[in-house]
Design a protein around this ligand. Structure first.
Ligand SMILES: *Cc1c(COP(=O)(O)O)cnc(C)c1O
Length: 400
């Protein structure tokens, strides 16, 4: 055989190719699209094989709480995109974060977490980890001294999201991974907003990536799912937790996410392109005080985001002059965009963070986090950008 025939076509493949060609394990039927293995268990050809598969001596499927070919295909494809050794799919994004905690923490451990992460992550950490004797310190995302000062002898992990929601603050992943390493802690990054199409945290020194597949990996708002991505040893520990506790991804959802990954880069580029057009348009409106989007050159995180990400993503926020009343008038006057807190959908969504996603914070916590009453967040979808701008114009006209 020549070198060409011998070569693995995915060894040095581009992300676009990996998103379409990795994780394919064709059955004898010769199907082109990946099949959905809707089965809870698997049969063995004899008692000895059953014993060997149960003991792990022989690899192969046993029970879909922890082994399913469709779920495995999704895991392999996502791991390939993140440049990771392995991935473990979970029932939701929160199940992914919980699985990391249960697999890797023990009582007496300490975690440093960005203050600017998904609200339910903060609840999980502060309400439930505390019950099991795991302490969490929350620090502002961009304050590297804050991260350094928060480290204790028992600190085991840094956890963050970048860019942050809703203000699009951009954390320096290389700097934080060096700090984590110097203190013998792991760096875990929730890569939900960028996805591996725009940002690959493991290449910048992170140890673990978590995803809410519910958002951009699906991209059309159909299914709940999540994933943990990282080195083999950590993923084995996460999978052992999954096998024991059961927050497993369904094969049907895994199939939807597999198909979602095929179009991920095209979608992320389109979301990013429209978001930039909208951010620039909003900046020119007299009723808009400020626009928060790292794609804008005057955003403090612009240069870092340009280095660390291949585009700026689909989520942006803006501050209307006035306060809550004006923001509500704006959102209620739009007709095309969906008024919902979700994101990562082909359909553009609009939300007032202070009274929805960030309503659980006290007024002082909201002030510290910069979530003002006039702030509106949009997650730009895939509609034509001119129609979205026309809808934003309706919003502006709604302010009395
Ligand atoms: C939605 C979201 C989650 C939680 O994911 P679910 O799939 O809803 O459980 C976690 N992190 C971020 C950044 C999210 O946007």
């Amino acid at each position: 055989m020549s070198d060409y025939e011998d070569a693995n076509p995915l060894a040095d493949a581009y992300l676009d190719t990996l998103a379409i060609r990795s994780g394919i394990n064709r059955t004898h039927e010769g199907e082109h699209s990946e099949p959905i293995f809707a089965t809870s268990s698997y049969v063995f050809s004899n008692a000895a094989e059953a014993a060997e598969r149960f003991s792990g001596e022989l690899s192969g499927n046993v029970y879909s709480r922890y082994t399913n070919p469709t779920v495995r295909a999704f895991e392999q494809r996502l791991a390939a995109l993140e440049g990771a050794e392995a991935a473990v799919a979970t029932a939701s994004g929160m199940a992914a974060i919980l699985s990391v905690c249960m697999a890797l923490f023990k009582s007496g451990d300490h975690v440093v977490c960005s203050r600017d992460v998904f609200g339910t992550t903060i609840s999980l950490f502060s309400k439930y980890l505390a019950k099991f004797g795991i302490e969490v310190t929350f620090v502002p995302l961009l304050n590297i001294e804050g991260w350094r000062n928060a480290v204790q002898p028992n600190t085991v992990m840094f956890f963050l999201e970048t860019p942050s929601n809703p203000l699009c603050e951009v954390a320096d992943l290389s700097a934080l991974s060096k700090l984590a390493r110097a203190n013998d802690c792991l760096l875990a990054v929730d890569n939900c907003f960028c996805t591996p199409a725009l940002q690959r945290p493991l290449a910048l020194g992170a140890d673990i990536v978590v995803h809410s597949a519910t958002k951009y990996l699906d991209g059309q708002g159909r299914c709940m799912g999540g994933a943990v991505v990282g080195g083999r040893q950590h993923m084995d520990e996460v999978l052992t937790f999954l096998r024991t506790a059961g927050p497993t991804m369904s094969p049907f959802n895994a199939w939807v996410f597999l198909k979602g990954l095929e179009t991920l880069r095209l979608r992320m580029e389109a979301h990013s392109r429209s978001a930039l057009v909208i951010a620039e348009w909003l900046q020119q409106q007299s009723a808009v005080e400020k626009v928060y989007y790292a794609g804008l050159e005057d955003h403090p995180g612009h240069a870092l985001a340009a280095r660390q990400q291949s585009a700026f993503g689909g989520v942006l926020s803006f501050l209307v002059k006035g306060g809550r009343e004006e923001a509500w008038q704006f959102t209620d006057a739009t007709r095309l965009m969906s008024l919902t807190a979700n994101l990562g959908d082909a359909k553009t969504t609009i939300v007032h963070p202070a009274t929805t996603t960030h309503a659980r914070l006290t007024p002082q916590q909201r002030a510290e986090a910069g979530i003002k009453e006039g702030l509106i967040r949009i997650a730009v979808g895939l509609e034509h950008v001119e129609d979205l701008i026309a809808d934003l114009q309706r919003g502006l006209a709604g302010i009395r």
